[in-house]
Design a protein around this ligand. Structure first.
Ligand SMILES: Cc1cc2nc3c(=O)[nH]c(=O)nc-3n(C[C@H](O)[C@H](O)[C@H](O)COP(=O)(O)OP(=O)(O)OC[C@H]3O[C@@H](n4cnc5c(N)ncnc54)[C@H](O)[C@@H]3O)c2cc1C
Length: 378
């Protein structure tokens, strides 16, 4: 039996879930297909949880400005999931930064964000810093946000959720897509018909585009490790060192843990192919460039770089700061190749097909979920 839906969404991270809820609110009947056993298991939970205010992008004014545009609405609609009560510092590394203190100040002034120079602080090692600034940047809690969206999707009558499912075949028939979807746990095959498909699979964007007969978007991919630590002295403090192969330590929402990332050590493996192709896939029969498995469950995932990352961030901290390792989580981070130089993270929604419609939604940052509303036709 073929089931008819107004929209079929592939991918159940924050972008797929937000699109489903927004379209359902406007009366659409949605099928949401997620290959994992649960929603929110990839980039939407394994990330630094930075509610971007623009500071991070001195080399991409467009991304910096877009961060700020969406921040106010994201903050007001996710207020209970945001940690507002910590001090956030940005610092310029004394050696080898792409930006110097004066440029950073001018950039903050230009996009009108708080940047107060701090000349003394007992928790920082100033011999390694060109300058330290007190800024205003918050952290969202990915786990609380995941719980919120999971229950919103599950309780919405207009959304039929198909977890542990994958698209097998897609065919264009006049003005609809006819899609065969396989239950990965029971191997049952279902058939859906719809006039519109949204591809919200992030690192799998090009695999799903290809299934529907569309070209790739130029992406690169990195197997990334987020390290989680706790620190009695740094619990309510965040530090991001700019601008280049440096590190960032900040509260992971309201969890009491800090997320630690490093431009040099977080990204273990890089794939410049349009699909995420890594040498470790030869050791895991369930993981392929067209259909990656979850790195956290994989025996072939890279060895943790936690010691290197902790040593790197320690350089900027005074001896009184203790850092204790808690855990690491891995995921694939994907970027538009065009942003390799300026480090920008735009969210791009491409309308690849019309009648039947096909949207490829490639997300740069969590707080840009509202871009969906600008592009989707109701
Ligand atoms: C290491 C890292 C740090 C980051 N830090 C920040 C930050 O501090 N602040 C910020 O705003 N953003 C950050 N980001 C970016 C942000 O996390 C992503 O832009 C966002 O989570 C993407 O959401 P999504 O829903 O598109 O992707 P995802 O959350 O990855 O969801 C995609 C879903 O599609 C599913 N899927 C894949 N293939 C298939 C298939 N064939 N069939 C069905 N389902 C499929 C996946 O299982 C997954 O659930 C970071 C990202 C990473 C990786």
């Amino acid at each position: 039996m073929t089931k008819a839906y107004d929209v079929v969404i592939v991918g159940g991270g924050i972008f797929g879930c937000y699109a489903a809820l927004w379209l359902a609110k406007h009366g659409k009947r949605i099928a949401l297909i997620e290959k994992e056993k649960a929603l929110f298991t990839k980039a939407s939970v394994v990330n630094q949880a930075r509610l971007h205010s623009g500071y991070h992008y001195p080399r991409s004014i467009a991304t910096a400005v877009m961060s700020d545009e969406n921040k106010a609405r994201f903050t007001s609609e996710h207020r209970e999931f945001i940690n507002f009560s910590f001090e956030k510092y940005y610092a310029i590394d004394r050696y080898g930064s792409f930006t110097d203190a004066r440029q950073f100040e001018r950039f903050c002034d230009f996009i009108d964000i708080k940047c107060e120079k701090v000349d003394n602080h007992p928790l920082f090692n100033f011999s390694q810093l060109d300058a330290l600034y007190l800024t205003e940047e918050y952290s969202f809690d990915p786990i609380l946000i995941a719980n919120h969206y999971r229950s919103a999707v599950q309780s919405c009558n207009n959304i039929h959720l198909y977890e542990s499912h994958q698209v097998l075949v897609a065919e264009k028939q006049k003005s609809t897509w006819v899609i065969q979807v396989e239950d990965l746990q029971g191997s049952e095959v279902r058939c859906f018909e719809t006039p519109a498909v949204i591809n919200a699979t992030y690192c799998a964007s090009n695999a799903i585009n290809a299934l529907f007969g569309f070209d790739s978007i130029p992406l690169m991919h990195e197997i990334s490790e987020m390290v989680f630590i706790h620190s009695p002295q740094f619990r309510d403090i965040g530090l991001t060192v700019m601008d280049g192969p440096f590190a960032s330590l900040m509260p992971y929402g309201k969890s009491g843990l800090l997320s630690l990332s490093s431009v040099a050590y977080t990204h273990h493996k890089v794939s410049y192919d349009d699909l995420p192709a890594f040498d470790c896939q030869s050791k895991n029969a369930n993981c392929r460039p067209e259909f990656t498995s979850n790195c956290n469950d994989c025996m072939a995932k890279p060895v943790s770089a936690k010691n290197k990352m902790m040593a790197q961030i320690r350089q900027y901290l005074s001896d009184m700061v203790e850092l204790h390792y808690f855990s690491s989580f891995y995921t694939i981070k994907s970027k538009l190749k065009a942003n390799a130089i300026d480090d920008g993270r735009p969210t791009e929604i491409a309308v690849l097909g019309k009648n039947p419609d096909f949207y490829c939604l490639f997300a740069g940052k969590i707080n840009s979920i509202y871009e969906i509303e600008k592009t989707m036709i109701l």
